[in-house]
Ligand binder design. Structure first.
Ligand SMILES: NC(=O)c1ccc[n+]([C@@H]2O[C@H](COP(=O)([O-])OP(=O)(O)OC[C@H]3O[C@@H](n4cnc5c(N)ncnc54)[C@H](OP(=O)(O)O)[C@@H]3O)[C@@H](O)[C@H]2O)c1
Length: 297
């Protein structure tokens, strides 16, 4: 059985696509587990169905844990349940950005910790409805040494979902690629309150993107993530912004719904890394502070 920690959009997507009877949600330590979680599932294609997922109960021993909390909740969420799991249970992290994955791997280095980067899209327009908004790809790779031997088995457990799941030998590099795109699009959409494509013509974007891409390029090199010119990074960011022009980023959606954003794990992570590496990051810092101000209570 696969246990899912974090019954939000992404957790419910995996639960809805895994075979019935082989998946359960993991409750918070103080949360009741007696009643199944039930919701409507609207797939990309095909009719809406109703999904019922039980909770992991005492005595159940999941063979894999998917962690689908927001990045800022991840270490606390795992801390709350890890003592109830056998030490060899693989834990697969689905968080966007960077920083939370390294924090989990550093806290539990002897545990098989894996990370995923996914371009699947899921949202909940109302609490009882899960919409699979777009199909994508998911890459999975090891974050700790004990996880290396588990990657094939873990991927095999996703076979029945029908979703595209691949092995990634260098998952950090894959997460970095997504981080760069998120860092160059998401904060602008949140600050400007606009869909992805509209950032490109804005004065804020036009006046800061070259300096931001310079910071990103130096940070990548400093972190051993390869040499990419600022121009190449800008080109990539703008390609994605144009391809997803009408989309609302998760950061903008979080601000609009008064939820905490993941800025501390995107531009905030890059600013902290710059501090460690002695690389100046004024644009990452400015974007982080402006988004933090938007989402502070
Ligand atoms: N949604 C997507 O399409 C998508 C795609 C790619 C990557 N991601 C990444 O996946 C992660 C999850 O995203 P999401 O959209 O699914 O977020 P979400 O809808 O906010 O789901 C997170 C869930 O975790 C729960 N949670 C928080 N603390 C917990 C704890 N201690 N124990 C158990 N559950 C806890 C939350 O419950 P409460 O609401 O009760 O706090 C919420 O149900 C993020 O890092 C996101 O960037 C999402």
């Amino acid at each position: 059985m696969i246990g899912i920690l974090g019954a939000g959009s992404l957790g419910r997507l995996w639960a809805a696509t895994l075979p019935v009877g082989r998946v359960a949600f993991i409750a918070r330590p103080d949360e009741p587990t007696g009643t199944d979680l039930s919701y409507r599932f609207r797939p990309v294609k095909g009719p809406e169905t109703t999904i019922r997922i039980p909770f992991v109960r005492p005595g159940d021993e999941p063979g894999l844990i998917l962690v689908t909390t927001k990045a800022g909740d991840t270490v606390d969420a795992i801390s709350g349940v890890i003592n109830r799991l056998p030490g060899a249970t693989p834990i697969l992290l689905f968080q966007n950005g960077l920083g939370s994955q390294q924090a989990v791997a550093a806290q539990w280095p002897h545990h098989p910790i894996l990370a995923a980067s996914t371009t699947e899209g899921a949202n909940r327009p109302d609490p009882d409805l899960l919409v699979h908004a777009g199909s994508g790809d998911t890459w999975i790779g090891a974050m700790t040494d004990p996880a290396r031997a588990c990657v094939d088995n873990v991927i095999a457990m996703f076979q029945a979902t029908g979703l595209k799941v691949h092995q990634e030998p260098d998952i950090l590099q894959r997460l970095w690629q997504k981080l760069i795109i998120n860092a160059g699009i998401n904060p602008y959409t949140a600050i400007l309150d606009c869909p992805n494509g509209e950032i490109l013509a804005s004065a804020l974007y036009q006046s800061t993107i070259d300096d931001l891409c310079g910071e990103l390029s130096r940070l990548m090199a400093g972190a051993g993530q390869g040499e990419k010119s600022p121009e190449a990074l800008r080109h990539r960011i703008e390609q994605v912004a144009r391809n997803t022009a009408g989309n609302t980023s998760s950061m903008r959606a979080d601000v609009l719904h008064h939820r905490r954003t993941e800025i501390d794990f995107i531009n905030g992570y890059l600013a902290r890394l710059g501090n460690e590496l002695g690389i100046e990051t004024p644009v990452n810092q400015m974007l982080t502070e402006r988004v933090q101000q938007l989402s502070s209570p």
